[in-house]
Design a protein around this ligand. Structure first.
Ligand SMILES: [Zn+2]
Length: 159
């Protein structure tokens, strides 16, 4: 079995050697299928091994993790809840206060959009209202003219 023997070798030798051994090009994704994991590798190491992220990215991930750990938690001004340093909104379900300026801006942007949408609905409603009033006027005129005709006819009949 080519697969199981290569799997065994993958556990003994590195990926580079495996590529040489199996005569794959250095860009081939094939050796990854034969690399097995012990289960206690870190997520960045696994992602790196699977070729999802590069060396630099796994290093960046680590730095990011450390940065997040070093950053102080954000104390909510509204309810004094301590929030994760990267949270945009207060995690207290009774509060939900905006914690970041960018999130605040987004919220304002959303509110602005909603306001504009409402304004356009209002405008449409107004023009619809105007349309209805016009129809009402026309209907009234029509009713009046029918009434007038009936009245005229009734006069005629009396004579
Ligand atoms: Zn809060």
């Amino acid at each position: 079995m080519r697969h199981s023997s290569l799997t065994e070798k993958a556990q003994l030798i590195g990926e580079y050697e495996l590529r040489l051994h199996a005569d794959w090009t250095t860009t081939s994704p094939m050796p990854r299928h034969y690399l097995h994991f012990g289960g206690n590798e870190s997520v960045p190491a696994l992602l790196k091994a699977q070729g999802i992220i590069s060396d630099e990215e796994s290093l960046g991930n680590k730095l990011e993790e450390e940065n997040t750990a070093l950053k102080p938690s954000i104390i909510c001004l509204n309810c004094r809840e301590a929030n994760k340093p990267d949270s945009s909104f207060c995690s207290n379900p009774k509060c939900g206060m905006v914690l970041k300026y960018s999130a605040y801006n987004e919220t304002i942007g959303e509110a602005e959009k909603t306001k504009k949408a409402l304004e356009s609905i209002e405008q449409r409603t107004t023009s619809l209202q105007t349309g209805i009033e016009e129809w009402e006027q026309r209907f009234k005129k029509l009713v009046d003219s029918v009434k007038g005709t009936l009245y005229y006819r009734s006069l005629k009949c009396e004579n």
